[in-house]
Design a protein around this ligand. Structure first.
Ligand code: UD1
Ligand code: CA
Length: 463
């Protein structure tokens, strides 16, 4: 049991995002920004983590549940009903910490680039220096938007001034408040009681505790980040995109070092949740999202869009969209294929240009090479589907199933009016409209017989 608990602030609306989604749920490479912060905080091994929620609190809790076993991680929710500022948010946890004598790590929920290393460095410094409060500072080339840390005489005088309350001189200071603090618990709540909303925003600023504690004669010190990009707070979408770019680049670097070739990182997007095997090559313009897992030796792109898929080794995907599908070894998809959820593309299968496959199973070695729609279908092994084949699955009410047995040859431009079943080794004549089951090994031709007629001689019409 450590002598540390954490408070993470995630109650704000995020007005500057101009969104119906609470700010902390905006995604960065496939995960809500709050999750990144939580992971960094959890690394500190707190005995409890209090997450302060307010604006759309229920949806914040629900979203996190999809990513983390909350109870197991010691995460507890505390409600802030009125959003009266960061100091007021921390105050909501006071009742939970009654009688607690340890330390409190406070972190804002909109700092997705914060690392575990920095959190731990701050906590260690706090213990080692036996501080009442340790704050995280960073030096930024452009400090605009952040609270500035004003420090003189190695902590003799220290306070934070918000940009909108700062004098022009204070605004020139480029040491900023990151939004990460470690407090001695009893000092924290004594100081919070003294915060007054006497600022431009009329809010209870947590940052005021710095001066309050210093004035009480307490020891307040600052730790600075090694990499200032870590403290980038996300308040608007411009910052969201900038942070996402950074996280994406980190994801790509991790993959490059793990043996994946990414031909053009600047045009490649990979979510933090994606796994990719060695010797896979990703060509420019590709996007790989969600819980996708990709095997070794694949060739993806140019322009592959893959979301929530399982792709086995040696698969090729060119200029195609694939969602929620499983693609087995050495299958080739594209260019210009659209593979929709619930599809299984078997080993060595080829799904070629301008084909759409929905909720279907395609057996080993089958070819769907050109211009086809395969929906709610089971295709066996070694089937050849001719160009322009359509499974007519929808009768206006229900989706119906087409079954095509192993080694069937389907001529071009066939239509299967589902439900329909084609036996193994059957041959379907080109241009057929198949409305009834075809027994194994038989030839079915279902099209109007061609007629040849004599042409009448045309008389010239005189005008
Ligand atoms: C805050 C700091 C600023 C610092 C910056 C770092 C204050 C007063 N200012 O400014 O010094 O440089 O972060 O990014 O703290 N929140 C609540 N309840 C509230 C208000 C806020 O939970 O009533 C949460 C928000 O959800 C957010 C965090 O507190 O996660 C910070 O709030 P935000 O409005 O983003 O503060 P900044 O203006 O960025
Ligand atoms: Ca912020």
């Amino acid at each position: 049991m450590t002598n540390l608990v954490s408070i993470i602030l995630a109650a704000g609306e995020g007005t500057r995002m101009k969104s119906t989604l609470p700010k902390v749920l905006h995604q960065i490479c496939g995960q809500p920004m709050l999750l990144y912060v939580l992971k960094a905080v959890l690394s500190a091994g707190c005995r409890k983590n209090y997450l302060v929620v307010g604006h759309k609190g229920k949806s914040v809790i629900e979203a996190l549940r999809n990513f983390l076993p909350l109870k197991k991680k010691g995460i507890e929710f505390v409600k802030q009903n009125k959003l009266l500022g960061s100091g007021h948010a921390v105050l909501q946890v006071k009742k939970n910490l009654k009688g607690y004598r340890g330390n409190v790590l406070v972190v804002y929920g909109d700092l997705p680039l914060l690392t575990a290393g920095t959190v731990n460095r701050l906590v260690q410094a706090h213990y080692k220096q036996d501080n009442s409060l340790t704050i995280l500072g960073a030096t930024l080339e452009d400090p605009s938007g952040y609270g500035r840390i004003i420090e003189k005489g190695n902590g003799k005088e220290i306070r934070i001034v918000e940009e909108r309350d700062a004098t022009p001189d204070e605004r020139r200071i480029n040491t900023v408040n990151a939004g990460v603090y470690c407090f001695r618990a009893e000092d924290l709540f004594k100081a919070i009681d003294k915060i007054r909303p006497d600022n431009r925003k009329k809010e209870y600023y947590l940052t005021d505790t710095v001066k309050i504690l210093r004035d009480m004669g307490k020891k307040v010190r600052m730790v600075t980040t090694k990499d200032s990009s870590e403290v980038e707070g996300v308040n608007n979408r411009k910052q969201l995109v900038s942070v996402q770019k950074y996280v994406n680049m980190k994801n790509l670097e991790r993959l490059l070092l793990a043996g994946v070739t990414i031909v053009d990182p600047s045009s490649t997007f990979v979510d933090s949740t994606v796994k990719i095997g060695r010797d896979t090559v990703i060509y420019p313009g590709s996007t790989i999202l969600g819980k996708t897992k990709i095997g070794e030796n694949c060739k993806l792109g140019p322009h592959a869009f893959i979301e929530n898929c399982q792709i086995e080794k040696g698969v090729e995907v060119r200029a195609s969209f694939i969602y929620g599908a499983k693609i087995a070894e050495r299958a080739k998809v594209g260019p210009f294929s659209h593979i929709r959820p619930g599809t299984f593309v078997g080993e060595g299968v080829r799904v070629g240009n301008f084909c759409e496959v929905k909720k279907s199973r395609i057996g080993k070695g089958t070819k769907v090479s050109h211009l086809s729609y395969i929906g709610d279908a089971f295709l066996g092994k070694g089937v050849n589907i001719g160009a322009g084949t359509i499974t007519c699955n929808f009768d206006g009410v229900r989706k119906n199933i087409t079954r095509i047995g192993d080694n069937t040859f389907v001529g071009s431009d066939a239509k299967f009016i589902a439900p329909v079943k084609i036996g193994k080794g059957a041959v379907i004549g080109a241009g057929s409209t198949i409305t009834e089951d075809v027994p194994p090994g038989k030839l079915a031709i279902a099209r109007a017989r061609q007629v040849i007629k004599d042409r009448k001689k045309k008389k010239k019409i005189k005008r």
